[in-house]
Write a protein that binds this ligand. Structure first.
Ligand SMILES: [Zn+2]
Length: 158
Protein backbone atom coordinates (compact mmCIF):
# COMPACT_ATOMS: atom_id res chain seq x y z
CA UNK A 1 0.00 0.00 0.00
CA UNK A 2 1.12 3.57 -0.51
CA UNK A 3 0.06 7.16 -0.01
CA UNK A 4 -1.01 9.13 -3.06
CA UNK A 5 0.59 12.57 -3.16
CA UNK A 6 -1.83 15.39 -3.93
CA UNK A 7 0.42 18.50 -3.86
CA UNK A 8 -2.33 20.74 -2.51
CA UNK A 9 -1.61 24.45 -2.15
CA UNK A 10 -2.27 25.95 1.27
CA UNK A 11 -3.16 29.60 1.80
CA UNK A 12 -1.69 29.83 5.30
CA UNK A 13 1.80 29.04 6.52
CA UNK A 14 1.77 25.54 8.01
CA UNK A 15 3.33 25.14 11.45
CA UNK A 16 5.12 22.01 12.63
CA UNK A 17 3.75 20.11 15.64
CA UNK A 18 6.11 19.79 18.57
CA UNK A 19 4.33 16.85 20.17
CA UNK A 20 2.43 13.91 18.73
CA UNK A 21 0.47 11.64 21.05
CA UNK A 22 -2.70 10.69 19.18
CA UNK A 23 -4.21 9.70 15.86
CA UNK A 24 -7.77 11.06 15.51
CA UNK A 25 -10.28 9.31 13.23
CA UNK A 26 -12.92 11.29 11.32
CA UNK A 27 -15.48 10.78 8.58
CA UNK A 28 -16.28 13.35 5.90
CA UNK A 29 -20.08 13.05 6.54
CA UNK A 30 -20.56 13.01 2.76
CA UNK A 31 -20.34 10.67 -0.20
CA UNK A 32 -16.99 9.42 -1.48
CA UNK A 33 -14.91 12.57 -2.02
CA UNK A 34 -11.26 13.27 -2.86
CA UNK A 35 -8.72 15.11 -0.71
CA UNK A 36 -8.88 17.83 -3.37
CA UNK A 37 -12.63 18.27 -2.76
CA UNK A 38 -12.25 18.39 1.02
CA UNK A 39 -9.41 20.89 0.50
CA UNK A 40 -11.80 23.15 -1.43
CA UNK A 41 -14.37 22.89 1.41
CA UNK A 42 -11.83 23.69 4.09
CA UNK A 43 -10.33 26.60 2.14
CA UNK A 44 -13.65 28.38 2.77
CA UNK A 45 -13.22 28.08 6.54
CA UNK A 46 -11.58 31.18 7.96
CA UNK A 47 -8.03 30.54 9.07
CA UNK A 48 -7.78 26.88 8.05
CA UNK A 49 -5.68 27.45 4.94
CA UNK A 50 -6.86 24.22 3.32
CA UNK A 51 -7.69 20.62 4.18
CA UNK A 52 -7.59 20.13 7.94
CA UNK A 53 -6.80 16.39 7.86
CA UNK A 54 -3.44 14.78 7.17
CA UNK A 55 -4.89 11.79 5.32
CA UNK A 56 -8.07 10.89 3.48
CA UNK A 57 -9.07 7.29 2.77
CA UNK A 58 -11.40 6.85 -0.20
CA UNK A 59 -14.22 4.27 -0.39
CA UNK A 60 -12.07 2.12 -2.69
CA UNK A 61 -9.24 2.12 -0.15
CA UNK A 62 -6.90 4.64 -1.81
CA UNK A 63 -5.02 6.79 0.69
CA UNK A 64 -4.61 10.44 -0.32
CA UNK A 65 -2.36 12.96 1.39
CA UNK A 66 -4.03 15.99 2.93
CA UNK A 67 -1.69 18.36 4.73
CA UNK A 68 1.91 17.24 5.47
CA UNK A 69 2.08 14.79 8.38
CA UNK A 70 4.48 16.89 10.46
CA UNK A 71 2.34 20.05 10.59
CA UNK A 72 -0.56 21.06 12.85
CA UNK A 73 -3.95 20.04 11.52
CA UNK A 74 -7.31 21.76 11.98
CA UNK A 75 -9.74 18.98 12.85
CA UNK A 76 -10.34 18.65 16.59
CA UNK A 77 -10.38 21.54 19.02
CA UNK A 78 -7.71 21.23 21.74
CA UNK A 79 -6.01 18.26 20.02
CA UNK A 80 -4.70 19.92 16.88
CA UNK A 81 -1.26 20.56 18.31
CA UNK A 82 -0.77 16.97 19.48
CA UNK A 83 -2.41 14.75 16.87
CA UNK A 84 -2.51 13.42 13.33
CA UNK A 85 -5.91 13.33 11.58
CA UNK A 86 -7.17 10.55 9.33
CA UNK A 87 -10.54 11.04 7.62
CA UNK A 88 -12.46 8.29 5.86
CA UNK A 89 -14.73 9.47 3.08
CA UNK A 90 -18.34 8.56 3.67
CA UNK A 91 -21.07 9.15 6.20
CA UNK A 92 -20.91 6.49 8.91
CA UNK A 93 -24.03 7.75 10.59
CA UNK A 94 -25.75 6.12 7.59
CA UNK A 95 -23.45 3.34 6.31
CA UNK A 96 -20.33 1.48 7.38
CA UNK A 97 -16.85 2.03 5.95
CA UNK A 98 -15.93 -0.42 3.17
CA UNK A 99 -13.64 -3.39 3.97
CA UNK A 100 -10.98 -1.77 1.75
CA UNK A 101 -11.18 1.43 3.77
CA UNK A 102 -10.72 -0.53 6.98
CA UNK A 103 -7.72 -2.42 5.52
CA UNK A 104 -6.14 0.86 4.43
CA UNK A 105 -6.88 2.45 7.80
CA UNK A 106 -5.14 -0.35 9.70
CA UNK A 107 -2.14 -0.16 7.32
CA UNK A 108 -1.94 3.64 7.65
CA UNK A 109 -2.18 3.63 11.46
CA UNK A 110 0.66 1.07 11.63
CA UNK A 111 2.68 3.12 9.14
CA UNK A 112 2.25 6.32 11.17
CA UNK A 113 2.92 4.58 14.48
CA UNK A 114 6.17 3.15 13.09
CA UNK A 115 7.40 6.70 12.37
CA UNK A 116 6.62 7.94 15.88
CA UNK A 117 7.79 4.93 17.86
CA UNK A 118 10.82 4.90 20.08
CA UNK A 119 11.94 2.52 22.84
CA UNK A 120 10.00 2.95 26.07
CA UNK A 121 7.42 5.25 24.51
CA UNK A 122 3.78 4.07 24.23
CA UNK A 123 2.34 3.72 20.71
CA UNK A 124 0.28 6.68 19.53
CA UNK A 125 -3.27 6.39 20.86
CA UNK A 126 -6.07 6.03 18.32
CA UNK A 127 -9.20 8.01 19.25
CA UNK A 128 -12.44 9.13 17.66
CA UNK A 129 -13.19 12.77 17.04
CA UNK A 130 -16.22 12.13 19.27
CA UNK A 131 -13.87 11.24 22.15
CA UNK A 132 -12.55 14.82 22.05
CA UNK A 133 -15.48 17.03 21.02
CA UNK A 134 -19.27 17.12 21.09
CA UNK A 135 -19.76 15.42 17.71
CA UNK A 136 -20.93 12.07 16.34
CA UNK A 137 -17.86 11.92 14.07
CA UNK A 138 -16.82 9.37 12.71
CA UNK A 139 -20.47 8.24 12.93
CA UNK A 140 -22.31 5.78 15.16
CA UNK A 141 -21.90 2.96 12.60
CA UNK A 142 -18.11 3.23 12.53
CA UNK A 143 -16.86 -0.23 13.69
CA UNK A 144 -14.70 0.98 16.53
CA UNK A 145 -14.24 -2.34 18.33
CA UNK A 146 -13.39 -4.04 15.06
CA UNK A 147 -10.71 -1.44 14.33
CA UNK A 148 -9.04 -2.11 17.65
CA UNK A 149 -9.30 -5.87 17.13
CA UNK A 150 -7.60 -5.50 13.71
CA UNK A 151 -4.88 -3.31 15.21
CA UNK A 152 -4.09 -5.98 17.81
CA UNK A 153 -3.59 -8.68 15.14
CA UNK A 154 -0.08 -9.47 13.95
CA UNK A 155 0.51 -7.63 10.65
CA UNK A 156 0.09 -9.97 7.72
CA UNK A 157 -1.64 -12.66 9.79
CA UNK A 158 -5.16 -11.60 8.94
ZN1 LIG B 1 -14.42 14.68 12.78
Amino acid sequence: MQIRETNLRFTRRLVNRRTTTQIVIHHTASGDVSADTVHSWHLRKAGWGGIGYHYLIRSGGDIERGRPEKVRGTHAARANSTSIAIALSGNFSQTRPTPRQMDSLVWLIRDIRSRYSSPGKPALAVVRHADLSATECPGLLFPWNELHRLLRQTPGAG
